[in-house]
Design a protein around this ligand. Sequence first.
Ligand code: G3H
Ligand code: 13P
Ligand code: ZN
Length: 331
Amino acid sequence: MSTSYKDLGLVNTKEMFAKAVEGGYAVPAYNFNNLEQLQAIVQACVESKSPVILQVSSGARKYANANLLRNMAKGAVEFAKELGCEIPIALHLDHGDTFELCKDCIDSGFSSVMIDGSHHSFEDNIALTKKVVEYAHAHGVTVEGELGVLAGVEDDVVAEKSHYTKPEEVIEFVTKTGCDSLAISIGTSHGANKFTPEQCTRNEKGVLIPPPLRFDILEEIEQKLPGFPIVLHGSSSVPQEDVDTINKFGGALKDSVGIPEEQLRKAAKSAVCKINIDSDGRLAMTAAIRKVFVEKPGEFDPRKYLGPARDALKELYKHKNENVLGSAGKA
Ligand code: G3H
Ligand code: 13P
Ligand code: ZN
C-alpha cells in the first residue's frame, strides 16, 4: 500500500523554491539518519522559523530502515507543531540513482526526489530523469536533476575529478526532462576533504584556503534559466574549530577543507535556492562526542554524549539558517 507525503503533513519543494528564488535566500537541505540529528534539525528550524528539507540518502535508508525513517519524518512535522511553529517540511531522497529507488520513495511518502544521472551520458541522464519526473509529477512530487559531476563521494559513486556543468546544456536538459530544480557543479565537493592541499593555498596560520567557486558558470546558467531553482551539493564549510576539537580529543583528520561561508552566502542570494549540508553536521556531532568520551571516561549513558552532540548540531543549523543561507524567518 502506498502512502502520500500529504498524509504525513509534508510539502513538496515547489512553493519553497519559488519563495526562495524570489526572496534571494536558500532553503537548507540537512541529511539525517538518526533521532538526534532529526531533533536538532527540527528544533533549529522552528527556532529560526526556517523552511527545511529533510534529506535522506539511500545509505541512510538502509542504515535506519525506510519505514522507520518515513515515520520519523511524520513525527518531525508533529514535533514542529508541538514546538509552536508550523514550518514547511519536505522529505527528499538524496542522490537517487535508479527509477526504482525514486518510485519506492515516492510510494512511501517522500515529497521530493533527486535522480542523479550525472554519471550517465547526457542523453541517458535526460531519459532517466524524464522517466522519474513523469512518475513523480503524477503523484505531486518534485524532482531534482543533476548536470555536471562533483568531485568526492556521491553516495556509492566516487568521482575523482569534477566536471563543471556546461551552461550550454542546461536549457535542453530542463526542457526535455521537466525537472523542478537542477543541481550543478561549480566547484563544490562532497565530504570533509573537498580539495587536495595542492589545489589550495595556505594563509599565514597554515590553514588551507580552497579555490573559489566558479560564479561565472553560475551566472551563465542563471542567464539561460531565469528564475529556475538551482541546487548546490557539497556545501559544508568544514569549520576549523570542529576539526581541531576532533583532533584534540583523539581524532585524526588531515587536510580537511570546505567551502567558505562567505561564498555560500553569495550563492544563496542568487538562483541557488537549496544548499546541501551533511558533513558539517557529522563533524559537529563527532567533536561533541569525542570531547565527552575524553573528559568523562566513566560516562556510558548514550544520552550523556548524544545530548551534547544534538545541542552542537542545533547551534550549527541555526547558524547556517541565520547567518549563511538567509532562510531564517522565511517559514
Ligand atoms: O552526498 C552524500 C551525502 O552526504 C549522504 O552521504 O550516502 O553517506 O549517507 P551517505
Ligand atoms: P557535504 O558533504 O559538503 O556536507 O555535502 C552534502 C551533500 O551534498 C548531500 O547531498
Ligand atoms: Zn550531494
